[in-house]
Design a protein around this ligand. Structure first.
Ligand SMILES: N[C@@H](CCC(=O)N[C@@H](CS)C(=O)NCC(=O)O)C(=O)O
Length: 200
């Protein structure tokens, strides 16, 4: 399998964390890709020009991290990260949606930071920040379980991205129970081994 990859993307981290958890990361070749430059190989796999995108062993091009992660869940026989049915499934999918949404908001805000300051930009950025702050409050009020599944992986990747790109806005003082959860969860190899690079 071939993964269009960026070491700073939290969505790529989520995909790799799933692969590590399922012990199939050795089957994935990483192709470092600047999605913003829209290289033709990426566009051939993903017309949206985003990473992650995965070419499967059968040559199928898949994109959007939830789709890729669910595909990885079908490879070989390790324990699934998507619970098959019932309450555990809906909770995991809801947590995945929350983690992905936090990453969408934080990535968008980070992108806007590079542009000249103007009222419309500031309104947009404040809206993204509010979405992340509300999500942190929801998670603090109902801290996730420690089981490694698609939901807890997505939330951990979102919190890791806040630490990586918004270290100047510490979230732990207002979410201490979530901070304790993350400290323990981050010891799992799938999170420990996928930390973003220092100082970028
Ligand atoms: N919904 C997508 C989001 C992926 C995404 O936003 N990737 C960013 C990097 S973190 C990207 O490739 N951005 C390039 C662009 O928007 O042009 C997923 O879950 O995979």
């Amino acid at each position: 399998m071939k993964l269009f990859y960026s070491p700073t993307s939290p969505f790529v981290r989520k995909v790799l964390a799933c692969a590590i958890s399922r012990e199939i990361d050795g089957q994935i070749e990483r192709v470092t890709t600047n999605a913003h430059a829209s290289p033709p190989e990426l566009l051939a796999a993903n017309p949206l020009s985003k990473v992650p995108a995965l070419i499967t062993g059968d040559g199928l091009a898949l994109f959007d991290s939830p789709v890729i992660c669910e595909y990885l869940d079908s490879v070989e026989g390790a324990l699934p990260l998507f619970p098959p049915s019932g309450g555990p499934r809906w909770l995991a999918l809801k947590h995945q949606a929350l983690g992905d949404g936090m990453m969408d908001a934080a990535v968008a805000r980070r992108g806007e930071q590079q542009h000249p300051q103007e009222a419309a930009r500031d309104t947009f950025m404040a809206r993204q920040k509010a979405a992340v702050d509300r999500s942190l409050a929801v998670l603090e009020a109902d801290v996730p379980h420690q089981t490694v599944d698609i939901g807890t992986i997505a939330i951990a990747c979102a919190l890791g991205y806040l630490d990586f790109r918004f270290a100047h806005e510490p979230w732990r003082p207002t979410a201490p129970k979530l901070a304790d959860w993350f400290a323990l969860f981050a010891e799992n190899p799938c999170i420990a081994r996928t930390a973003p690079p220092d100082g970028k």
